[in-house]
Write a protein that binds this ligand. Structure first.
Ligand code: BV8
Length: 228
């Protein structure tokens, strides 16, 4: 990474797979027979709030049983050591990047350990179950929902992401299938701004053709090797 100064790293479910968190589109990517696309929508929440809240309660509870793997730890170390600009943009809603020491990061699709008030928009740190119609600690309305960006909803901090991509001279994508936009389009944006693009993934993704280089293998092996 000799001339590299500014790095943007996009991570997806594949970086957490070796920590024991199921990916979406791999084997076991279902939850109680539901595809994420079916429970991760405003319509699903309106139709069956109990199902959707239960889906996220189960995934929030599972965080207590998993730990960051070598890939998360390597990125946490890079964040601490890198003197240039660095932004880790994760599509994941788990807290494994934080627990591995990452600081310069954001969750573009929300976080399990957070609740969102549908009415006042306040985001509140949340542990434990979140039943439907829980009162918002700020406005008092019974309108708390999982703080998750559903399909059809605008991801968080898109301006900050686009500015970082505009300044990046290296874009690295780790453990994502390139199935979901706008995240899947970041490689093209980065390339258009002149960044070099690198993909670290278990298998070729929908976006592999857009990368200057694709390395195939498990994140716990590829990421530490790349960071060194
Ligand atoms: C938006 C929530 C616009 C959290 C997620 C029609 C109607 C409405 C919208 C659309 C539409 N058509 C297209 C769209 C856009 C839509 C979209 O892209 N749909 C897809 C299905 C076609 N996108 C949206 O709706 C987004 N919003 O467009 O808003 C807008 C504009 C203005 C105003 C308002 C709105 C919002 C998308 C966010 C949805 N929320 N998650 C949660 O429940 O977790 S998406 C969900 O899937 C994840 O968050 C993640 O982002 C996404 C992709 O999953 P991956 O992370 O890539 O995981 P996956 O299992 O797919 O792949 C894992 C990869 O890892 C594989 O490649 C595998 O090989 C690899 N791997 C496995 N093991 C390892 C490994 N790699 C390394 N090591 C290993 N060990």
């Amino acid at each position: 990474m000799n001339k590299t100064r500014n790095i943007v790293i996009l991570t997806g479910a594949g970086i957490s797979a070796e920590s024991g968190i199921a990916t979406f589109r791999g084997p076991g990517g279902l939850w109680e027979g539901h595809r994420v696309e079916d429970v991760c929508t405003p319509e699903a929440l309106a139709a069956d709030a109990t199902l959707v809240h239960r889906f996220y309660d189960a995934r929030r509870a599972a965080l207590d049983d998993v730990a960051p793997n070598a890939a998360h730890v390597a990125l946490g170390g890079l964040d601490a050591a890198w003197s240039g600009e660095l932004l880790i943009v994760t599509q994941n809603v788990d807290d494994l990047h934080e627990r591995a020491g990452a600081r310069r990061m954001l969750h573009m699709h929300g976080e399990l350990r957070s609740a969102l008030c549908e009415l006042c928009g306040i985001r509140t740190a949340w542990a434990g179950p979140l039943p439907p119609y829980t009162p918002c600690p700020d406005c008092g309305e019974n309108a708390l929902r999982p703080d998750i960006v559903f399909f059809g909803e605008m991801p968080y901090q898109m301006d900050r992401i686009e500015q970082a991509l505009g300044r990046a001279d290296l874009f690295v994508s780790i453990g994502t299938s390139g199935a979901v936009y706008p995240a899947a389009g970041f490689v093209q944006l980065a390339a258009r701004y002149g960044a070099r693009t690198l993909e670290l993934n278990l298998e070729r993704s929908a976006g592999s053709d857009w990368f200057d280089e694709t390395r195939l293998g498990p994140a716990s092996v590829l990421v530490p090797a790349w960071v060194e």
